[in-house]
Design a binder for this molecule. Structure first.
Ligand code: AMO
Length: 438
C-alpha cells in the first residue's frame, strides 16, 4: 500500500478523501446491519467511523471487524472517503484490521452506556472510567491549571522548589499525621511544605512556590477531603503586611481561571461547563463579621467557633447573592490558627486568611511569626515542644525577614472552577479512609 498516512480522529478530514490512512484506538461500538457494518473507533480526540460494506471488504477483514469485542485496541488501514453524514465528514473503508490487544468480556463497566455507575465501581476501574472523554477532560483542565500557575509565578519572580515529603515533624497538627518507619526512626508523610518553605525565607530565595503532594490522615468522609492532594504553596519574604500575599494570590487566581476559560474551551465543551472569572477585587471579610453574617442567617455560632462546612456554605450563599464567588475571610482567632501564624497584638485575632470560592475554602495562609522569641512562645502556647522543631527554629535565630504565604488545594480549586460535586472527580486515583487501590 502506498502513502499510508497515520491519522487520529482530530486530524482526519475530508481533505484525506481517497488517501490510504491508518487509524488506531479502542473499538467503541460495532453495528452489523445486514450488508454493511460500522465500527466506531475512539482515540484520544474523538471517534472515527469505519464503514465496511460486505461486498467490498475481504472476508477475513470482515470476520475480525464484526466479531472484535468492544474496547479492544485495534489498528485499521483503509481508504478515507468523504462522508457528509459521518462525524468529521469522513469515514474509512477498511482494507485491514489488526487487533493489537483484545478486550476481555464482559467489561467491568461500560464506556458509552448511559447507565449510572456507582462511584465505587468507577474508581475501582478507573482506567476504564477515564476512557470517557468527559472524565479525562477534567485532568486536561487540571494540567492546564498547573501550567498557568507555573507561568504566573515564574513571571512574578518566584522560584519553584521541592521540599521533603518524608519529615520528622508535622506543621498542621498531630491528628492528621501519617506515621511511617524510617530506618528505625519515626517519620511522617508531609502534611504541607510549611516549615521548609518558611526556612527558605531565611536564605535569600525570597519568593518560592511548590506544587506537590500533601498527606493528611483525614478521618472525615467528605466531598472535599482526601488523604493525598496536590498543594500549591507559596512563600514571600520582605512583605509589608499580609495584604501583599492577598494581592499576589488574587492576581494569580484571576490569571489561572481566565486562562482556563480561554485555553480549555474544547474540554469545557465536553463537560458542558462554562468557567466565569470571579469579580475582583475579592471582598475582604473579617472573621468576626463572617460569624455575624452567618449567625444573622440563623446559624448557631459564636465568636471563636469554626465556621465549618455549614458556615462556609452559608457565607457562600450570602456572597453569591451579592455577586461574589471569591472572597477572603481574614483575621481568624489566633487560637484557631497554627503556631506559625502571627498574632494581631492587643486582640484575640491573627494575621491569617482563608480564600473561599463558591462557599468552600480553597486556600489558607497568612503572615508568619518571624521573631524567634515570639515563635517559641507561640509553640509553648500550642503545647508543642520547640526541641522537636529545632531544625526549623534555627533558621529564625540567625536573620529571618518578615514573610507570609499560602497553601492552595489544587483539587479544590479545580473542583470549584468546574462545579464538580466531589473532589475525587479531580483526582486520578483518589486516596481516602477506605481507598488504597487502585
Ligand atoms: P491548610 O491546612 O488550610 O493550610 O491547607 C491548605 C489548603 O489545602 C487544601 N486541603 C485539602 N484538600 C483536599 N483534602 C484535604 N484533606 C485537604 N486539606 C487541606 C485546602 C486548604 O485550603 N500550611 C498551611 C498553608 C499556609 O499557611 O501556607 C496549610 O496547609 O484547599
Amino acid at each position: 500500500m502506498s502513502d499510508v498516512t497515520l491519522r487520529d480522529s482530530k486530524s482526519l478530514s475530508p481533505a484525506d478523501a481517497e488517501k490510504d490512512v491508518t487509524v488506531q484506538g479502542w473499538v467503541q461500538d460495532v453495528r452489523n446491519l445486514g450488508g454493511i457494518s460500522f465500527l466506531v473507533l475512539r482515540d484520544r480526540f474523538g471517534t472515527v467511523q469505519i464503514t465496511a460494506p460486505k461486498k467490498k471488504i475481504a472476508p477475513e477483514v470482515m470476520g475480525v471487524l464484526t466479531s472484535v469485542s468492544r474496547e479492544s485496541v485495534v489498528k485499521i488501514k483503509g481508504a478515507a472517503k468523504a462522508a457528509p453524514q459521518a462525524k468529521g465528514g469522513v469515514e474509512v473503508i477498511p482494507s485491514s484490521i489488526e487487533v493489537l490487544s483484545p478486550a476481555a468480556t464482559p467489561l467491568p463497566m461500560g464506556v458509552i452506556d448511559k447507565v449510572n455507575v456507582e462511584a465505587d465501581t468507577r474508581f475501582d476501574h478507573r482506567f476504564m472510567d477515564l476512557r470517557k472523554p468527559e472524565n479525562r477532560a477534567v485532568f486536561e483542565i487540571k494540567s492546564i491549571t498547573l501550567n498557568l500557575i507555573d507561568q504566573f509565578l515564574v513571571s512574578e519572580g518566584f522560584t519553584e522548589v521541592f521540599t521533603p515529603k518524608i519529615v520528622a515533624s508535622g506543621a498542621e497538627g498531630g491528628a492528621t499525621l501519617f506515621k511511617l518507619g524510617y530506618f528505625g526512626q519515626e517519620a511522617y508523610l508531609a502534611q504541607s511544605p510549611q516549615l521548609y518553605k518558611q526556612m527558605l525565607m531565611s536564605t535569600g530565595l525570597d519568593r518560592v512556590f511548590e506544587i506537590g503532594p500533601a498527606f493528611r490522615a483525614e478521618p472525615s468522609d467528605t466531598v472535599r477531603h482526601v488523604s493525598e492532594f496536590i498543594s500549591f504553596d507559596g512563600e514571600m519574604a520582605f512583605i509589608d503586611s499580609m495584604k501583599d500575599v492577598l494581592d499576589l494570590i488574587e492576581r494569580c487566581t484571576q490569571y489561572v481561571i481566565g486562562g482556563v476559560a480561554d485555553r480549555a474551551k474544547p474540554q469545557l465543551e465536553l463537560l458542558g461547563k462554562e468557567v466565569a472569572v470571579p469579580g475582583a477585587p475579592y471582598p475582604i471579610i473579617e472573621y468576626k463579621d463572617a460569624v455575624e453574617m452567618v449567625a444573622g442567617e440563623g446559624m448557631h455560632i459564636k465568636l471563636g467557633d469554626d465556621l465549618g462546612t455549614e458556615g462556609e456554605k452559608l457565607l457562600g450563599d450570602i456572597m453569591k447573592a451579592k455577586g461574589n464567588e471569591m472572597y477572603w475571610i481574614v483575621e481568624y482567632p489566633e487560637e484557631a490558627k497554627p503556631f506559625y501564624i502571627m498574632e494581631k497584638d492587643g486582640t484575640p485575632y491573627s494575621y491569617s486568611f482563608d480564600l473561599d470560592y463558591k462557599g468552600q475554602e480553597i486556600s489558607s495562609g497568612g503572615q508568619r511569626e518571624h521573631r524567634y522569641d515570639r515563635l517559641v512562645a507561640r509553640m509553648h502556647k500550642k503545647g508543642l515542644n520547640p526541641e522537636a522543631f529545632k531544625f526549623y527554629l534555627d533558621a529564625f535565630e540567625y536573620g529571618m525577614p518578615p514573610h507570609g504565604g499560602w497553601g492552595i488545594g489544587v483539587e479544590r480549586l479545580v473542583q470549584k472552577m468546574l462545579d464538580l460535586p466531589n473532589i475525587r472527580e479531580t483526582i486520578l486515583f483518589p486516596r481516602d479512609r477506605v481507598r488504597l487501590v487502585p
